[in-house]
Design a protein around this ligand. Structure first.
Ligand code: FES
Length: 284
């Protein structure tokens, strides 16, 4: 029998309602996960010891199965700020603390949610959103998205205008991104390698200059996690096209950027929501 995972939307009091709690079917998520040979190979490029156990589901723990957990790539234990937290549930305060030692005030981490690779990115949006739009004053920006043929798809602003996308709206200075590269499905990382695209530096308007990009080590695609756009992607297996809201591709062979994952804060715990799971199937 497939395991079903309880999601816990948080009310004002942090309480949950059993009657209204949605469920995720594990088999649905397995379908979107690392169940292809290409997936296994690309996960290996970031270090995947133990990933198979994730695919089989996690034992219940303090974070529950809707929890977003840190994923520490093998070999990065001593270099990433979350190096001693492998598979621990992500806490919001840990991002705030990590961001305090950054020159941009940003912090991000590799993670996994229900077997799916993600990146969680903290941006000091509230602090900077009314400041001059200058280097190293990062905030989220809603910009126009263009498909791979150059055609206009839509504006990131539409996410705020349409109530069906309410779960995606920016809150708590944080976003979660489904992290499989739309090129050949590797897993882009945050400051896992040192180059001009990963330096702790920010430029406005989604330029390919400056650092703090999600960087795909396979063929060097770059993604700006501070630029939210509407775009269109194609499912690799059936050719079906779909539109999504996500972060902007700024360079490299990836045709487009990567989609957002909605989340809630359950106290200090970061928990993701399955509202747009069809957006995460393009590598299947
Ligand atoms: S798989 Fe990411 S750049 Fe090729």
């Amino acid at each position: 029998m497939a395991r079903r995972f309880k999601l816990r939307p948080v009310g004002e009091s942090g309480s949950e309602s059993d009657d209204e709690t949605p469920f995720i079917d594990r088999r649905e998520f397995m379908r979107h996960s690392f169940n292809t040979a290409a997936g296994v190979i690309t996960v290996a490029s970031l270090g995947s010891v133990g990933f198979a156990s994730l695919l089989m589901g996690q034992a219940e723990s303090s974070g529950g199965d809707s929890a977003v957990r840190y994923w520490v790539p093998t070999g990065a234990e001593d270099t990433v700020w979350y190096g001693d937290s492998h598979l621990e549930p992500m806490t919001y305060q840990s991002f705030v603390d990590a961001a305090s030692s950054s020159s941009t005030g940003m912090a991000a981490a590799q993670g996994v949610w229900s077997g799916l690779p993600i990146n969680a990115i903290y941006v000091p949006h509230e602090e900077n959103k009314t400041a001059a739009l200058v280097e190293n004053k990062p905030r989220f920006q809603f910009l126009d998205g263009y498909a791979v043929d150059g055609g206009y798809v839509g504006s990131g602003y539409e996410m705020d205008d349409d109530s069906q996308f309410e779960p995606l709206r920016i809150h708590d200075n944080l976003i979660i991104v489904f992290s499989r590269c739309p090129h050949l499905c590797c897993i882009p990382g945050w400051q896992l390698v040192a180059n001009e695209f990963t330096a702790d530096q920010w430029f406005p308007n989604g330029t390919d200059s400056g650092g703090n990009k999600l960087f795909c080590i396979c063929h060097s695609s770059r993604f700006d996690p501070t630029v939210i756009e509407k775009n269109r992607n194609t499912n690799r297996s059936d050719g079906a096209q779909f539109e999504y809201f996500g972060i902007k591709r700024t360079g490299g062979p990836a045709p487009v950027g990567m989609p957002l994952v909605p989340f809630v804060l359950n106290g200090d715990m970061i928990e993701a929501l399955p509202d747009f799971k069809d957006w995460y199937a393009y590598c299947d």
